[in-house]
Design a protein around this ligand. Structure first.
Ligand code: DGT
Length: 184
């Protein structure tokens, strides 16, 4: 029986990915504020955000269970696209991705009594232009909220994928295939 881990993240998507792989977990917030990071390089951003989340977690909790932290950003045209502040911001962020090459980077840090792991992966997409009516319908809903780049590669964006290189799980926020070998 796999040992229960702590998902040091409030992300519902990450919780769903662990659940889909039958990984027992509890969820605890880390309380790290990414707004304090002023990094333009997306890889540096997700690395330092994840490191901050792990440090914040370890300052609050003992290592009674293995802990997993992660951070995800979307980049397009050299710009880091994070979570949209409101629907206008979501429309701007999604229009930057429409008909463009987009990369989604996820950094994960896992720490147990036996081992530590850090993985930083990217999944690269080429999207067809988003249909304007479909984009507006998506924006009227709530699915874009709380998601890096306001995008859902398994949802709204899926039908626009012309090319993809990398794991879908990385694009969703947790490169699960790279984590599983470390789980006891
Ligand atoms: N369902 C879905 N979720 C996505 C996709 N891309 C990114 N996300 C989610 C995963 C994360 O919940 C969120 C990225 O934001 P963060 O890495 O800051 O994590 P979040 O603030 O959700 O939780 P945390 O900071 O870890 O407590 O976006 C996608 O294509 N599909």
């Amino acid at each position: 029986m796999m040992q229960q881990i702590v998902l040091g993240s409030s992300s519902q998507t990450r919780a769903e990915i662990l659940r889909a792989h039958s990984i027992p977990f509890i969820q605890r917030e880390c309380g790290f504020d990414e707004e304090q990071l002023s990094l333009q390089n997306p890889a540096h951003f997700v690395y330092h955000a994840t490191k901050g989340k792990m440090q914040s977690y370890l300052a609050s909790y003992a290592l009674d269970r293995a802990v997993l932290c992660a951070d995800t950003v979307v980049t397009a045209h050299g710009e880091i696209l994070r979570k949209a502040k409101d629907v206008e911001d979501a429309r701007r962020i999604l229009e930057r991705q429409s008909g463009s090459r987009v990369s989604i980077l996820t950094c994960m840090m896992y720490k147990s009594a036996k081992c530590e792991m850090m993985d930083l992966s990217a999944t690269h997409y080429r999207f067809k232009p988003f249909d304007k009516a479909s984009l507006e319908a998506y924006l009227q809903g709530d699915e874009w909220k709380g998601k890096a780049g306001a995008c859902m590669v398994e949802g709204f964006c899926k039908s626009y994928i012309e090319e993809v290189v990398g794991l879908e799980s990385t694009a969703m926020g947790l490169s699960i295939e790279k984590l599983i070998p470390f789980l006891s």
